[in-house]
Design a binder for this molecule. Structure first.
Ligand code: BYC
Length: 340
């Protein structure tokens, strides 16, 4: 018996007995850990859920380049600048693999971008916060990429083949990103008083938004039940958040930095850190478009799209010219064949 919701967000629950045979066979494949591939039959709601999640994930990678791009011209050394540029380029690559994975579900890249630009598709809440100092770049690598890896390692085993395979390489690169962030924080927390103060301030500003990256609590998460049944989600929002806290607090201790949560303490009974309540009103405000940088981030993407129109037009014109040339060459060979 499979107990699952019919569609993303719908409350109706049905069993395998209520499913048509093709859906029952689909769920049996998922339960047997057999990957679903683009040409396989899939429920429309599974396809839509994946398009929603993968496209939002792709948008996050692309929008996520903006807060870091802010520091390319101001990185403190040539080496730090080269590393930061490589990281930002990796994020662009992640966005492209993910758009490609979403395209296998029958949506075009143009449509996904139109949805982002019109505010119909989300991207991660975390990228709506500003990067005020160089320590923010360290904190993004350490916390934001650290949270991303925590969320994305299970996605390497998710049920949809193209998404799972894209995540394997992405996770390898995220691991380098997390280390480069921690390396910046290590340098700053062992640096001058001013650098230590910057590191402390960055952690204070990014800690809670990083915990929000994992999404609403399990009780409030609308999509989790169905996504878990379809093995798109292998661990819940709260499980991942707890793992992140457990992994990150000792890293903060090593840096000599204090996590800005007076309720944070190790719990011997559970074997986990207890932590304070998340301000969900801030989260909802940010995902509604009212975070500190939402308008700037979206406007930057819309401007990039508009300013890139001539490149797309030139590429299309070139492709058409080549196709016409190839067609002429084929016609000429056929003509020669007929006259020979
Ligand atoms: N921000 O039912 P729920 C990176 C939305 S980029 C905004 O739990 P779900 C990096 C959610 O979409 C890494 N919205 O949803 C790049 C839903 O709204 P809709 C980005 C959020 O999908 C550059 C509603 O809240 N990672 O690492 O089951 C530089 C209800 O939530 C957020 C991914 O995208 C949020 N934080 O679970 C550096 C990972 N959380 O869609 C680093 C892939 C929730 O109904 N995505 N919402 O309008 C996922 O794993 C899942 O989609 C989530 C949410 C865990 C995020």
């Amino acid at each position: 018996m499979y107990a699952q919701m019919v569609d993303t967000g719908l409350k109706e629950v049905r069993t395998a007995d209520d499913m048509p045979p093709e859906e029952r066979a689909f769920q049996a494949r998922i339960d047997a850990d057999i990957k679903i591939e683009p040409k396989d039959w899939m429920p429309e709601a599974y396809r839509r859920t994946l398009i929603r999640q993968i496209s939002q994930h792709a948008h996050s990678e692309i929008v996520g380049m903006l807060p870091e791009g802010n520091w390319v011209t101001r990185a403190p050394t040539l080496k730090r600048k080269a590393i930061l540029m490589a990281k930002i380029q990796d994020e662009a690559g992640h966005g492209l693999y993910l758009y490609s994975a979403a395209e296998t579900l029958g949506i075009s890249r143009d449509q996904m971008l139109a949805d982002l630009h019109a505010g119909r598709a989300k991207y991660s809440s975390i990228f709506n916060y500003p990067t005020l100092t160089w320590a923010d770049i360290g904190t993004i690598g350490w916390l934001v990429d650290g949270a991303a890896i925590m969320n994305q390692i299970p996605l390497c085993r998710c049920s949809y083949g193209p998404y799972a395979r894209a995540m394997v390489r992405i996770c390898k690169e995220e691991s380098f990103h997390q280390r480069q962030g921690y390396d910046i924080m290590l340098a700053m927390s062992r640096g001058t008083d001013e650098q230590q103060a910057m590191a402390k301030d960055a952690l204070a500003r990014w800690w809670w938004p990083s915990l929000m990256m994992f999404g609403p609590s399990d009780a409030a998460s609308v999509h989790s039940g169905q996504s878990a049944a379809w093995k798109i989600k292998l661990l819940s929002n709260d499980e991942l958040r707890q793992r992140f806290v457990d992994q990150t607090v000792p890293q903060a201790d090593f840096l000599g930095l204090t996590v800005p949560d007076p309720a944070l303490r190790w719990n011997d009974e559970t074997g986990h850190y207890d932590f304070g309540a998340i301000d969900w009103s801030e989260f909802h405000n940010v995902i509604k478009g009212n975070g500190p940088c939402n308008r700037d981030r979206l406007q930057a993407r819309v401007n990039a799209w508009d300013e890139g129109a001539w490149v797309r037009e030139a590429a299309m014109a070139h492709a058409e010219k080549r196709a016409a040339g190839a067609a002429r060459a084929v016609a000429s060979i056929q003509q020669q064949g007929r006259t020979a």
